[in-house]
Write a protein that binds this ligand. Structure first.
Ligand SMILES: Nc1nc2c(ncn2[C@@H]2O[C@H](COP(=O)(O)OP(=O)(O)O)[C@@H](O)[C@H]2O)c(=O)[nH]1
Ligand SMILES: [Mg+2]
Length: 385
């Protein structure tokens, strides 16, 4: 159930800074090289209202009612044009990204790096081009994966009257593409999977794009908004990864008191030098945009791009505990629309198979197999003995 979010973009857009800001103090590895070669994996946290305060049983896991839910992040090297043909370290990075559930595309919105990520005059590069280039690159990568063996699979499926989407899902299991995503992609592209073996190249391309959109959705983060030349991009979250990293570090060193996502911080003990930097962050980022956007970006990719909701399973619905007496020990991020029975299956196949009913810990009422879970639900799954 754990989710993996890939941080993508061209070199120098601020991917590693964004990753470090999110994973500060949580990442397994301590220091990161400026240029990323191997992908870094780390854990970031999204905030959720913890049910323990409302239900009157302190869990000891949240901070004043805010629960921090882990989301894994992957920081890869920059993608350059034609990466899908192996340019840069193209294919290797694309393969690293295959495990991701969604992407955050870090764009240098200040236009101070060109399409290859080389420093250029601030404002001279149009960041909108980067958005198109990256999407195109990912779509072409998907197309190249799809094209391999396509003829054989679709012919065999037609011949043996097997369902094409099942065969294709097998083929794409390496990049975590599921059956329903193949069906959804065909619907989106208005293509008939039954006729897949006769699709012209044009349709195959349309299908590749739709499949990429469905199975690896992207959230754009317009980074470097602290710079004067920064442009706001459509459907993006404005961020200043540099500022967020500085604030989190300053908080860690007890120079300031700052909580990720906040619109302000409290000075604890800052030198003149610190003050200079902090005042700039306050003036150019916090006061202008309301936050550095980094925390918001991670939360948006989870709640909107991936459409996930937090759900808390318990064994004892009155005490809100597990078998060992831990209060609200777990929280899972599940797709909106997950039913009580789906949820049982997500926990364990055996639990799903033995599902009897659920109990909503708030109302203490039974819920059936088809009950759709809501964000923040606390639920006990009752199984057949
Ligand atoms: N002004 C500004 N610079 C940033 C921001 N985020 C990252 N940078 C700088 O951009 C450069 C490249 O950052 P890095 O994270 O290594 O980029 P990557 O190649 O995409 O991983 C570094 O000098 C960062 O300090 C930001 O929000 N504002
Ligand atoms: Mg990097």
């Amino acid at each position: 159930m754990g989710k993996l979010v890939g941080v993508v973009g061209k070199p120098n857009a601020g991917k590693s800074t964004f990753f470090n800001a999110n994973t500060l103090g949580n990442a397994e590895t301590g220091s990161y090289p400026f240029t990323t070669i191997k992908p870094n994996r780390g854990v970031g946290y999204i905030r959720a209202d913890c049910p323990c305060t409302e239900l009157g049983n302190s869990c000891g896991k949240c901070k004043k009612g805010t629960r921090f839910i882990p989301v894994e992040l992957l920081d890869v090297a920059g993608l350059v044009p034609d990466a899908h043909k192996g340019r840069g370290l193209g294919n290797q990075f694309l393969n690293d990204l295959a495990q991701a559930d969604a992407f955050i595309h870090v764009v240098d919105a200040s236009g101070s790096t060109d399409v290859e990520g080389q420093i250029c005059e601030a404002g001279s590069h149009n960041p909108e081009e980067d958005v198109t280039f990256l999407e195109n690159e990912l779509d072409l990568w998907f197309l190249s994966l799809i094209e391999k063996g396509w003829g054989k699979i679709t012919r065999e499926a037609a011949h043996s009257k097997k369902e094409v989407h099942k065969e294709l899902a097998d083929k794409f299991s390496g990049i975590k593409v599921k059956e329903w995503e193949i069906l959804a992609a065909a619907r989106k592209a208005e293509l008939d999977l039954e006729k897949a073996k006769d699709w012209p190249e044009e349709d195959l391309k349309k299908f590749a794009t739709a499949l990429r959109e469905v199975s690896m959705p992207i959230l754009i983060c317009a980074n470097k908004i602290d710079l004067e030349t920064a442009k706001l991009l459509e459907n993006s979250v404005p961020t200043s990864a540099d500022s967020e990293l500085a604030l989190r570090k300053a908080d860690e060193s007890e120079i300031i008191d700052y909580k990720p996502g906040d619109s302000d911080f409290k000075i604890l003990e800052a030198s003149d030098e610190h003050m200079k930097v902090l005042e700039i962050i306050k003036r150019d980022v916090l006061e202008k945009y309301g936050s550095t956007g980094v925390q918001q970006c991670l939360e948006k990719v989870v709640s909107e791009t991936l459409n996930l909701i937090p759900v808390y399973p318990v064994e004892d619905e009155s005490k809100l505990t597990d078998k060992k007496g831990n209060v609200l020990p777990d929280v899972h991020l599940v797709p909106a629309g997950t039913t009580a029975k789906d949820f049982a299956y997500l926990i364990h196949t055996d639990i799903g198979d033995a599902f009897l009913c659920g109990i909503d810990a708030r109302t203490k009422k039974k819920v059936g197999a088809d009950y759709e879970l809501k964000a923040g639900d606390v639920i006990k799954i009752v199984v057949k003995k």
